[in-house]
Write a new protein. Sequence first.
Length: 453
Amino acid sequence: RQTKPLSVLLIVAILLLIVNPAWIFDIGFQLSFLATLGLLVTVPPLMERLNWMPPFFASLIAVPLAAMIWTLPLQLYVFKVLSPYSILVNIVASPLISLITLGGMASALSALLLPSLGSAIAQFLYYPILGLIEIAKYFSHLPGNSIAVGSISLIQLITLYSLNLLIWAYFTRINPESNPRFSLSKKGFIPILFTVTLALLIIIVPSWYTKTAQFQATILSTPKEPILVIEEKGQVTLINSGSQNTAKFAVLPFLNAQGVNEITNSVATHPQLGLSIGWPLILENIPIKTFYDNPAPKKTYQATNETILKVLAQQKGNYIPLKLRQPIILGSVKIELLNAQPPVIQFKIGQNTWTLLGATSASDQQQLIQNQNLSSTQVLWWSGEPLTPELLSVLTPKIAIASSNSIDPKTVETLAKQRTQIFWTGRDGALRWTPTQGFETTLDFDQTDGSLL
């Protein structure tokens, strides 16, 4: 009974991959295979242990739970996010899903014979589909609807599936019918409890240790948008949000991969709309405790600023405008606004001084020099646009980082004469700094990994 369905599943999977071998890299195919495997091997033992319930209600619990057991490790590996309400949503939505599935099949078959009949049947599915959508919307807006657990390694993934196989093998070797004492005693649940505890430790302990021990700063690979994430012993500081697309496809995936569920501090260094419009999207997904803002006039940015203030008030967060020449201390990091427009911000991270320089014309750069707003720095971070030799002679950076796909050639030449090490995100990808390793490129870091393979 056990091997025949599994053999059929394996044969079907092989035939599908013969038709289209590329499906093996598709996350949808991987999850579908694992969910079906879970239904075959895990639903029967779950139904046996839920035999005190009516079969209909027992199946509502057993089916989504079995699918989750076998798909959750891969979901954590790929998406880095856990949905606490997933089992409850599946239980609530299962009757509607069954009705919609059967109705859809009936509608399709009827349409082959009589299109008008198929259309009439499909109309009856309007309210079940609407109800399913509303259920999904309701749970998606509940607090804590998703929890970022951070990246799990391939070794952790293999270990979790090994535990699944071990617990399945353990229970299939013991026949409850011939061992009623086992099935009725609490001993039957000891292996399950042990396995669940071990799985949680495998996921939580490495993530917890990393969060509490690490100190690193990561410049994301976002051309023309300077975005920095500083992680220090559980505290997270986000510098800039970027555009909505940048926030959605770069910032939020990175924070999820790091297991960030709350941003301790955020700093909007640039008043331009294009560099700050992503903040509302980030606030919708991750709460921010304290928001520091550039005090420069915002004009078109004002509508977004009002949205930020409204959401911060709902989250009971703090909104603090930055003040010129008044440093703020965030853990061991010091941030100081040297000039509001064009923005010039100085960071003290570890033993290094960083200077973030916003978009500046030659006249702006000359004015900054005359006003003595600049001093020498270890790290220069800018957009890759032209910088005058006079400005670079004042800054004399040891490392220059451009958040850009290219750098002005004359600026590169001047920096080379100063023996400055140059990085730019268009060539090097994201950059990560740690006290022990200094700057490292992370081209192998994929913020949108969508498959196990």
